[in-house]
Ligand binder design. Sequence first.
Ligand SMILES: [Zn+2]
Length: 112
Amino acid sequence: MPPIRKRATAIAQAHWKDLGLWMPIFLGVPVLGFGLGYWLDSLWPVVVSWVAVSPIPVFGLIRHYRRFAKMPCEDCGRILERGVPADGAPIVFHCPDCNIEWDTGFIQGGGD
Ligand SMILES: [Zn+2]
């Protein structure tokens, strides 16, 4: 019997929530730094703001990678491990207990 394909919602919601929180900080702080640098006629606020936000995409990528490496089945809670999909393949998790294939709606190596 082929698995039932279902849309995984929790993982996508967590992803967009992270993006919604960090993206304004990542973009906003350098803008403030630039404004402050212009106002003070100094390059330092610009440099400091860039250094301050530079770890965000690094941590974001690590978090993203870890999040999409495993997910709990949304029906039974079993921790599902992802196989190794080819680039361009949809990221899905198969729960053998429920015979459900959870579709995260994300594409491997899609560079989102
Ligand atoms: Zn399950």
